[in-house]
Design a protein. Sequence first.
Length: 306
Amino acid sequence: KYCNMSLLFRTILLIFLLIIDYNRIFFVSCDDTIDEVTIIGFFPLTGEFEQIGKEVSNATKIARDIINEKEDTSIKLNVKIYDTKSSSAVAFEEFVSIFKDDSDIDEKTIIGVISPLISKNTDLIATSIGFYDKPLISYSNTGSKLENHIFNHDSGENTDRSMLRLVPGNDDQSRALVTLIDSYNWNNIGCVVNYSEADYGIDLFEHFKERMYDHNSEMFVNEIEYTPSSSRNITQAAEDLFTKITDSKYKYDVLIWFLYPNDMKDIFNVLSQDKDLIDLSEYVCICTDGCSQSNLVEKKDSPVGN
């Protein structure tokens, strides 16, 4: 089954902020002059990921209200939200402005920062936040470049790391994919990737391909490139992708989609208009991310079947 992303984001952030509430209580015990604390949130409220950003923003506000209704502390929790516009430069610029001397937020009242949606938008913040001794909490970042910043409570060597990740990283996800494929004895794997989207999905694909080869060098993993562009019709790009899959000399057991949510949405929209293009029910389809963020897969007549 596909989960509802609105519910997922709300649940994750509610859990996170309820955990952070302990940080708030601890903070108060250290400084009894503070009666308000703040969590900073970096969300894409405009642009390509506007819908997701607004869901996460709303979830954060709901969690704030729940925490403030508790009666075990007199400290008020504030949430300050910034629009990253899905841009690394904008996200880091806003982050730097928070810790300037003329900032309208008292730095010592900040008890946590929620990282941007995309891993590449988080890199600079993750590198810098350690200087301010604040935890950086990620609800979606899986990039392997962030591994050096991840706090691991089981290792005493990570005391200088300040990033907490609520989702498994690409290395863990690739290990899970290999285990899943091995368990069902699938042999021919087709991986749909889009290199025009910078590092989104590509990092996980490379991890998976390497782990798959190390596990079983005879396992066939084929790369199927999806190539939309501003100069190409989306319908044509999707149709070309379906042709690559159906006309391949390999009979794929599994199709793994390493794509942006918007890519999946475009592909499903094309397929919903003409289901004769390809019968995806003939394949086991595994979505690493994008499928779960498209409402089309939640419909009973979804083009991806069951």
